[in-house]
Design a protein around this ligand. Structure first.
Ligand code: SF4
Length: 266
């Protein structure tokens, strides 16, 4: 990756090192000592249908209205339009009562990097898009620093962003385990459809839900986990980084790790 002068100045101001691709050794999430070389997740050749009503070109569209509640078994075989409709009409847990709208996800349906956040906050609930507001801007800046974007771009550059939960918990409370379990089939299917080469879990809740663990985020980051054949990197949520500047350098290290995995998977 070539750094522009502007990026170099910005990173220097943040006190973080430049990203240089390196060889990464993986550990699985059960703590097996023997390291192994990370391999790229297999890609599917069949293109998922593009959304027809995306607000920005090349994006998965906001969820269309739907009435049905899809059983989990059906979700596992859904294509993009069916999945979006199922999420939009989902009433499988109590969060449907207080949401303004569901937040399905945005980005490239073939993205090499998939970002998984926690749950919609107030602005996400209003706008129907994950990671908006100040946290979203910070995420966009972090992605830009490693040559990625949520705006329209080829799959190697445009990410796909989704949340673990598709509806906002009231007053941004932590999700209940039952809510997470009810919503999990949707995220699982999104990951299956995107077939990302790397998954970046942002925040404790997303990391623990994805990896089915209760380990603290401090122990989950700085290493490569495997989930259904895809490498998973864990880092802090941008909203947390806005409050805890001291951890920005650690988050940058995590981002460099994800970028290195993407380089290796080319
Ligand atoms: S949080 Fe998930 S499971 Fe609950 S109503 Fe929303 S989409 Fe359905």
């Amino acid at each position: 990756m070539r750094w522009t002068e502007r990026q170099r100045r910005m990173l220097a101001a943040m006190g973080v090192r430049l990203f240089e691709p390196r060889r990464v050794m993986a550990h699985d999430d059960e703590g097996v000592d023997e390291p192994e070389t990370v391999e790229a997740a297999p890609r599917i050749d069949t293109a998922p249908p593009r959304a027809t009503a995306a607000r920005r070109p090349g994006r998965i569209a906001p969820s269309p209205p739907a009435a049905a509640v899809a059983p989990a078994g059906d979700v596992a075989s859904m294509d993009w339009p069916a999945l979006q409709a199922a999420v939009a009409g989902c009433r499988a847990c109590g969060l449907c009562e207080s949401r303004t709208q569901t937040v399905f996800g945005v980005g490239n349906a073939h993205a090499h990097l998939m970002i998984v956040g926690e749950a919609p906050g107030e602005q996400e609930d209003l706008q129907g898009e994950p990671f908006v507001g100040q946290a979203g801007k910070l995420l966009d800046n972090m992605l830009r620093a490693i040559g990625l974007t949520r705006a329209e771009a080829p799959p190697a550059q445009q990410v796909f962003i989704a949340n673990t939960l598709k509806c906002r918990p009231p007053r941004n409370r932590n999700p209940e385990p039952s809510e997470t379990a009810r919503c999990a089939p949707y995220l699982n299917r999104q990951i299956e459809l995107v077939q990302p080469r790397v998954v970046l879990a942002m925040g404790r809740f997303a990391a623990q839900a994805l990896l089915a663990t209760d380990e603290p985020i401090g122990k989950l980051r700085s290493r490569v986990h495997q989930r259904r054949g895809a490498p998973v990197v864990v880092t802090y949520h941008p909203a947390y980084l806005l409050r805890t500047l001291a951890d920005k350098a650690r988050a940058w290290d995590d981002l460099c790790l994800a970028a290195t995995l993407l380089e290796q998977a080319r």
